[in-house]
Design a binder for this molecule. Structure first.
Ligand code: HEC
Ligand code: HEC
Length: 265
């Protein structure tokens, strides 16, 4: 015989149904609210990105692809570290601002300066403009010239790596090695391999390996060559630029500490 449900049991079932409905509704409510919360926080971050974009837009006007490429080269090849951000100068009294160069110098003159370098190669206390000819491609040189002639505008994302100052000298040195463009000539991790066809070794020396560390066997020797450079001959031979007057003593020490981590044998 089927068991009849007493009114009390009905009441119980009804309560259960109500409770379940309430719980499910609550769950859905929480879920929807939660999702919306995420959505609105996403919206918030989208808005802040939007705000950022607008604020950079005011400084970074849209530029042509070539000028943008030149702006990135300007950072990659450390032009900004000697001539100042966007060529504004102010880094060293021996390095001119480039803000007038686009009007004062012709395209061939600008190309020549970038390819052959400029400045006092004989005076180790002063910086001289590196010879980039063998290292930078023709396309990159013409992009750089386009960038200088466009008045060195801000280009979004064209920024040198940040140099952490509280994580020890080797870490700072790693960032400086990229920021000051050493990496373009001496290769990632100082492995070398960048051609310098008209130099005696036909290549820019690596900064790792037994040869390097037997010649540069003290911190002082490594520091000195970075500060004073080494002129192998006139352009198009690539020489070691002088960084005297550009890199501080602390920066030189950090670079030395980093280079010493590269010892491979
Ligand atoms: C190690 C520092 C250093 C770096 C890096 C450097 N320059 Fe120079 N640059 C100089 C110095 C020093 C001069 C001035 C030489 C002089 O007139 O005595 C100069 C001069 C110039 C001039 C001529 C300016 C004028 O008004 O006469 C141009 C153009 C120029 N540099 C472009 C560049 C570009 C582009 C880069 C990157 C590819 C670059 N420089 C990287 C140090 C540097
Ligand atoms: C434009 C290319 C170029 C750039 C940029 C450059 N170097 Fe050099 N560097 C050279 C050349 C070429 C030599 C070889 C000089 C020689 O043999 O007399 C050299 C030599 C050296 C040496 C001595 C190695 C040896 O065996 O002679 C050290 C150390 C060094 N560079 C460190 C640096 C650091 C650190 C930076 C960045 C701050 C840097 N270089 C940027 C081209 C460059």
């Amino acid at each position: 015989m089927r068991k009849q449900l007493s009114p009390a049991t009905w009441e119980g079932v009804l309560m259960l149904v109500i409770l379940t409905v309430a719980a499910v509704t609550g769950l859905i409510g929480w879920f929807v609210g939660h999702e919306m919360g995420i959505a609105s926080s996403r919206e918030q971050s989208a808005t802040s990105v939007g705000t950022l974009a607008t604020s950079t837009e005011t400084t970074a006007q849209p530029v042509s692809e070539q000028v943008a490429a030149g702006g990135h080269d300007f950072v990659q090849f450390a032009c900004a570290q000697c001539h100042g951000e966007q060529g504004q100068g102010g880094v060293s009294p021996d390095v001119p601002a480039l803000t007038g160069a686009g009007k004062e110098l012709t395209v061939p003159q600008l190309e020549h300066i970038i390819n052959h370098g400029l400045g006092e190669s004989a005076n180790p206390t002063k910086p001289y403009m590196p010879v980039w000819g063998e290292v930078i491609s023709k396309q990159q040189v013409s992009d750089l010239v386009a960038y200088v002639r466009a008045g060195l505008p801000a280009v979004a994302g064209a920024e040198p790596p940040l140099v952490p100052t509280d994580q020890g000298a080797p870490v700072a040195g790693t960032a400086l090695y990229a920021k000051y463009g050493c990496i373009n000539c001496h290769g990632p991790n100082g492995l070398g391999g960048v051609p310098n066809p008209q130099s005696p070794d036909m290549t820019i020396p690596p900064l790792s390996g037994a040869d390097f560390f037997s010649e540069f066997n003290t911190d002082a020797k490594i520091k000195e060559i970075i500060r004073t450079g080494s002129v192998l001959g006139s352009a198009p031979i690539v020489s070691m630029p002088h960084w005297g007057g550009i890199l501080s003593d602390d920066q030189l020490n950090a670079l030395v500490a980093y280079i010493k981590t590269l010892k491979t044998d």
